[in-house]
Design a binder for this molecule. Structure first.
Ligand SMILES: Cc1cc2nc3c(=O)[nH]c(=O)nc-3n(C[C@H](O)[C@H](O)[C@H](O)COP(=O)(O)OP(=O)(O)OC[C@H]3O[C@@H](n4cnc5c(N)ncnc54)[C@H](O)[C@@H]3O)c2cc1C
Length: 382
């Protein structure tokens, strides 16, 4: 008589249910694992760093080919997830491929360098003269470079979908984790054992894993949402995501509500989501308006409809931390204000580590032992 062998179903704990935890849970469930997600908050909330109406997607990453490849793969994964969810690709509900425009002043070499690196990598990038940028989009810049693979991701819609689909696939939910190790999680119900433990607790990973975490700066970032559609007197689907390297300002148009989010990529003052209030100061609103007056005058008078404060989990070199720690915990944090776009790829990678499979991307550069994590803060590119 032959003995039928059944694969043993692994039970993995994921601690932290922002986009990275949700996408890790998604990948694990797809691989047939049992998953318990710890988070005191529902997937859609206004406290963590993942929820918003729009996040920028771009493929240009200066001359960093590895990140460009990761962005391209993530782009394909977002689009596939959107199609798998049965959503209308023409309606672009999760990913609106409106492009990402780099605005350049005279003598600004960053935009051109990004365009050249993309072309050198066999990708498309389009140069705009000052006149073309004005005629096509209304921008007033010396020149501009379009990353045509860029666009707007809709975190609120993505997380709403994930909340329903993960539940339907049997996700087990628990609240706040008090302590973790490579094989267990402790909460107010006691200590539970797992085959693997993934920590995707954003800025809170530091507290949960202390004292064994590298330096991560938590900075307070202000966001202002302008009523762009009313100011322009038309829908804003023609507008790309845009950024200006030197000032750090960037804009994300969300066509479903007609708003344009203006924020600044330069890390703000130190803060923490548990303590700081979410009020945006008038000086920042005025600076955002001044930026619009200079680079897109037709939007300078747009009404402010909403403001928000969100927190970057910033590493010194602005790269992520993805690794199995000495205690055996699988850690994903330090997404430094640019991680959302990679969430499907990061979720898949953390799931692979949890299932003891070789990760399908190289994670060496994301190890917490790298020296650049302990040096001076690098400039954040947009
Ligand atoms: C203002 C701003 C703008 C950004 N813009 C972009 C952009 O345009 N493009 C882009 O690609 N990326 C962008 N990012 C980055 C991206 O959004 C974040 O890197 C990403 O959302 C971080 O996700 P996360 O899951 O790691 O963390 P979070 O979303 O912060 O989730 C962490 C979760 O852990 C939970 N948690 C904490 N402690 C515990 C505990 N003890 N037990 C259980 N659960 C716990 C929290 O409740 C929380 O839900 C931006 C970030 C910010 C803040």
């Amino acid at each position: 008589m032959t003995v039928q062998s059944h694969p043993i179903q692994r039970h993995v704990a994921v601690v932290g249910g922002g986009i990275m935890g949700a996408m890790t849970a998604h990948s694990l469930l797809e691989s047939g694992a049992r998953v318990t997600l710890y988070d005191p908050l529902p997937l859609t909330n206004s406290v963590n760093s993942s929820n918003d109406t729009g996040r920028s997607f771009r493929v240009h990453y200066g001359e960093d080919l590895e990140m460009m490849n990761m962005a391209l793969e993530s782009r394909a994964m977002w689009r596939k997830m959107q199609a798998d969810a049965g959503l209308d690709p023409e309606g672009s509900p999760w990913f609106h491929p409106c492009g990402k425009l780099l605005l350049a002043d005279a003598g600004d070499i960053y935009a051109q360098a990004c365009g050249n690196a993309m072309r050198g990598h066999g990708l498309l990038a389009r140069d705009f003269s000052a006149e073309q940028a004005t005629e096509r989009y209304g921008f007033q810049a010396n020149s501009a470079v379009l990353d045509p693979y860029g666009g707007v991701l809709s975190p609120d819609r993505i997380l709403l979908h994930l909340a329903a689909s993960l539940t339907a696939r049997g996700l087990i939910r628990r609240g706040r984790a008090e302590a973790v190790d490579g094989r267990w999680v402790q909460d107010d119900g006691g200590r539970k054992s797992y085959d693997a433990v993934v920590v995707t607790a954003g800025v809170w990973a530091k507290q949960l894993l202390a004292p064994n975490t590298p330096p991560i700066d938590t900075t307070r970032q202000q966001l202002v949402y302008f009523d762009a559609a009313s100011a322009l007197g038309r829908d804003i689907s023609h507008l790309p995501v845009f950024s200006h390297m030197e000032s750090g300002f960037y804009g994300i148009p969300t066509r479903h509500d007609g708003f344009l989010k203006i924020a600044n990529h330069h890390p703000g003052p130190a803060g923490h989501p548990d303590g700081d209030d979410r009020a945006v100061d008038l000086a920042f609103i005025n600076a955002a308006r001044k930026f619009l007056a200079r680079y897109h005058p037709a939007l300078a008078g747009a009404q402010v409809k909403r403001t928000h404060v969100c927190f970057y989990t910033g590493t010194r070199d602005r790269d992520f931390i993805l690794e199995r720690t000495e205690s055996g915990v699988i850690l994903g944090t330090g997404f430094s204000g640019h991680g959302f776009k990679f969430a499907p790829l990061i979720g898949r990678t953390l799931a692979e580590l949890a299932l003891d499979r070789p990760p399908s991307i190289s994670i060496e550069r994301f190890a917490s032992s790298r020296p650049s994590l302990y040096g001076s803060p690098a400039v954040l590119a947009v």
